[in-house]
Design a protein around this ligand. Structure first.
Ligand SMILES: Cc1cc2nc3c(=O)[nH]c(=O)nc-3n(C[C@H](O)[C@H](O)[C@H](O)COP(=O)(O)OP(=O)(O)OC[C@H]3O[C@@H](n4cnc5c(N)ncnc54)[C@H](O)[C@@H]3O)c2cc1C
Length: 468
């Protein structure tokens, strides 16, 4: 009997738009023993891009993708859709793993992956509204403006030119997007906006068409050298790719922790209000204090998510439930939305949802092949996985083929990280660090001055920032 995934509308606005309350027919479950060349655990972007690039190189390779729920169930089907050439770990962090030329090659590869996604969705006929409109990172106080200016100056030191990043004056920002309190912005041109749910579901269909088999409703309980095991079946393969990101803790402890986040989507906003906001370029939009990411969707809504007002971690690394954001989180995001755009005062929030992204102990991504066992672990993007998961997929495919390419020399390859602290220390750490970050960030917002408390919170967490 064919099985269905009930209530896809609870996963995200994107799933709700695609399926509403209609249960989704699931692909077959993994049963018995199956042989493959490569087994991929997890059908999010990481797993699917890896399969895509393997199959593009050789359509004969036998790939089995084993997914606990449905393709796109995780962060890939729930995110904000900003395909931004940005990744975690500061330049200082990465320079401990490579030299300046290596870092520059790394940054260029991430920029390229934004275009590579565009190319792949075009070739595969994935209708996910890919549109490379750039991202505006708005500054609303002098502190933010100085930080953005410093980051653009640093780009120039690295020979990264105006074709990637530049500053916008207050007038330039307002002529694009009428953001209350904007005093300037950093503009990154290497960013596309997409419908993330359609990308995840479309990519699953595309890799299936290319020849992969996807098993759904098949939680892997153990990964061994040469096999991924579920309760009623196993895939035997030379290479096993763990692409389970924030959900990894269910079968492999202390490697990746889930960080909780939520998003809201407005009702469709009438044209007369858009006339006041502008934003006709539909750039992705980021704001600070608190950190927020927003999208002007092709059907003229706004999505908003980012840092919220709770400890973003549950004891024992529990994932978030499927369903709406907590009320206090939703209320906060709605307040922040109206703070950015006071004309949205009476606009309704149509729905909200929760999700988790994955953080490794260094808060930096990696793909690691253990040559002896054939096990590969890939991910750790924190909240910046749309572009990077594509780069990871391309690189992981090269590693599996045994090719030595410019990608396999990038510093995230083999970037081993230490384990997270066990409970209860992990939870206690999360409480303390969240408090320091919340208070520090509130102080920065109030005083417009740099907060040492915020820095210390990040330092204790091991978070070094990001590049791009
Ligand atoms: C709300 C939200 C907003 C975000 N916004 C952005 C953004 O705007 N831009 C950006 O760059 N990034 C964003 N991110 C991060 C980005 O979505 C992720 O980095 C990216 O989707 C990770 O892809 P993935 O395939 O590695 O993981 P996932 O998409 O989480 O996929 C992992 C898959 O593994 C499956 N799985 C788990 N355990 C098992 C098991 N035991 N057996 C089999 N399968 C298993 C899961 O069901 C899931 O389908 C956001 C994340 C969230 C949650």
């Amino acid at each position: 009997m064919s099985r269905t995934f009930e209530q896809p509308n609870l996963l995200s606005h994107w799933f709700n738009q695609m399926y509403g309350e209609q249960p989704i027919p699931m692909r077959a479950q993994l049963q018995g023993d199956v042989d493959a060349d490569v087994c991929i655990v997890g059908a999010g972007y990481t797993g699917l891009w890896t399969a895509y690039y393997l199959l593009k190189e050789s359509p004969d390779i036998k790939i089995a993708i084993v997914e606990a729920k449905i393709s796109g169930y995780g962060a890939s089907g729930r995110n904000g859709g900003a395909l931004i050439a940005q990744f975690n770990g500061s330049r200082e962090y990465w320079l401990k793993r490579t030299d300046r030329a290596g870092l520059l090659a790394f940054e260029r590869a991430v920029h390229q992956s934004v275009d590579d996604v565009g190319q792949a969705v075009k070739e595969s006929g994935i209708d996910c509204s890919y549109s490379k409109n750039g991202v505006v990172m708005v500054a609303r106080n002098e502190l933010e403006l100085t930080r953005f200016q410093d980051s653009v100056d640093e780009d120039r030191d690295y020979n990264i030119g105006e074709d990637f990043s530049r500053m916008l004056t207050r007038e330039e920002v307002l002529s694009r997007i009428n953001i209350d309190g904007a005093i300037g912005a950093r503009l990154n041109l290497s960013c596309a906006s997409i419908n993330p749910g359609k990308l995840a579901r479309g990519l699953a269909d595309a890799v299936e068409r290319l020849g992969a088999t996807i098993y759904e409703g098949s939680p892997v309980t153990k990964i061994l050298s040469g096999a991924a095991i579920t309760e009623i079946g196993r895939v035997k393969a030379k290479f096993i790719v763990r692409a389970t990101e924030a959900y990894t803790e269910s079968f492999q402890t202390n490697k990746v922790v889930p960080v909780h986040t939520s998003m809201l989507v407005t009702e469709q906003i009438p044209e007369k209000i858009w006339n006041k906001i502008g934003w006709s370029g539909q750039e992705a939009l980021l704001a600070e204090h608190p950190f927020l990411h927003l999208q002007h969707t092709p059907d003229h809504r706004i999505t908003i998510g980012g840092d919220d007002n709770r400890i973003p971690y549950l004891y024992g690394s529990k994932p978030s439930p499927d369903g709406p954001a907590l009320k206090k989180v939703a209320d906060m995001h709605q307040r922040e939305l109206v703070r950015l755009f006071p004309v949205l005062q009476n606009i309704k929030i149509e729905s909200s949802w929760q999700g988790i992204f994955g953080a490794t102990r260094h808060w930096a991504p990696s793909t690691i092949l253990d040559e002896k066992t054939g096990l590969i672990t890939a991910g750790g993007y924190v909240g910046e996985g749309l572009a990077f998961s594509n780069l990871t997929g391309q690189t992981t495919a090269d590693l599996i083929w045994g090719h030595s390419t410019p990608l396999t020399k990038l510093p995230f390859v083999g970037n081993h990280q230490r384990n997270w602290e066990p409970e209860p220390f992990r939870y206690l750490g999360a409480v303390g660090i969240s408090w320091m970050r919340h208070v520090g960030e509130r102080n920065e917002r109030r005083t417009g001055k740099h907060s040492l408390l915020f820095d210390w919170g990040n330092r204790i967490a091991g978070f070094t920032g990001n590049v791009g």
